[in-house]
Design a protein around this ligand. Structure first.
Ligand code: NAD
Length: 260
């Protein structure tokens, strides 16, 4: 389905991004993976994608807080593959703290990685997509792009920003064969969620089980974590021609969270 296409997925050494990169490759796209982690493990994943799916897979270690590194990553991808056809802005971090204690460096990092990096990649990718008359921009939003939770000021602000960026870009490229959408998952069981448990335990004076039941899944009526594969299937669908009229949408995958 995606043969002759190139997908670039930021933050794809782990969690949702890795599942998205793998489903794109499984469907024939060449992929650029990005993110941090152990070098040997990343190389194993990269070469594994090539041998398992018969596509080309390139790794970029670009830091999503740095505009110049993002520009280089986008230029390298265009040089290697001609263009980025499917851009998935997925890199993200979290920090949980009351507003009055929220560390300024965490605020800056979350806004840079979860929001500004998507501006930089879209800014670089759209000219190539316009030239081809085809493109897919998929931003990993969150239920927190639509509603708030306490102690997550930077994350909620960045994700609401992603919603605004997605809608604005969708309008600007609407007649160019390019769509821009955000996937808005509720809680997905990934390292990002696992890592916020200790801080939430501290902020709310709770045990791990209480955090899972009464905080994480409290707002998710299904009481089930979303899976990374379910999010990846949505990204694949948004990349298909069947989804060509879906643009500017916030695709909720939250077990009913924002319906309440
Ligand atoms: P994760 O921690 O498993 O993966 C995050 C990825 O981002 C990793 O590959 C990491 O290396 C990369 N990354 C972090 N900082 C980076 C930087 N400065 N430069 C480049 N890469 C960087 O997290 P995840 O849960 O898979 O989250 C992925 C996205 O999904 C995030 O945008 C997150 O906000 C969003 N999301 C997650 C959930 C959830 O419940 N897990 C829910 C809704 C939305």
């Amino acid at each position: 389905m995606l043969k002759d296409k190139t997908a670039l997925v930021t933050g794809s050494t782990s969690g949702i991004g890795l599942a998205i990169a793998r489903i794109m490759a499984r469907n024939g796209a060449n992929v650029v993976i990005n993110g941090f982690g152990d070098g040997d493990a990343i190389e194993k994943e990269r070469s594994g994608i090539e041998t398992e799916f018969g596509v080309k897979c390139v790794y970029s270690g670009a830091d999503m807080t740095k505009g110049d590194e993002i520009a280089d990553m986008m230029a390298d991808a265009a040089k290697e593959f001609g263009a980025v056809d499917i851009l998935v802005n997925n890199a993200g971090i979290q920090h949980v703290a009351p507003i009055e204690d929220f560390p300024i460096d965490k605020w800056n990092a979350i806004i840079a990685i979860n929001l500004s990096s998507a501006f930089h990649t879209i800014h670089a990718a759209v000219p190539g997509m316009r030239k081809k008359g085809w493109g897919r921009i998929i931003n990993t939003g969150s239920a927190h792009a639509l509603v708030a939770s306490p102690f997550k000021s930077a994350y909620v602000a960045a994700k609401h920003g992603i919603a605004g960026l997605t809608k604005t870009v969708a309008l600007e490229v609407a007649e160019a064969g390019i769509t821009a959408n955000a996937i808005c998952p509720g809680y997905v069981w990934t390292p990002l969620v696992e890592r916020q448990i200790p801080d939430t335990m501290k902020a709310r004076h709770m045990t791990e089980e209480e955090v899972k039941r009464d905080v994480l899944l409290a707002a998710q009526p299904t009481k089930k974590f979303v899976t990374v594969d379910q999010v990846a299937e949505m990204a694949l669908y948004l990349s298909s021609d069947a989804a060509s009229c879906i643009t500017g949408s916030m695709m909720q995958m939250d077990g009913g969270w924002v319906a309440q």
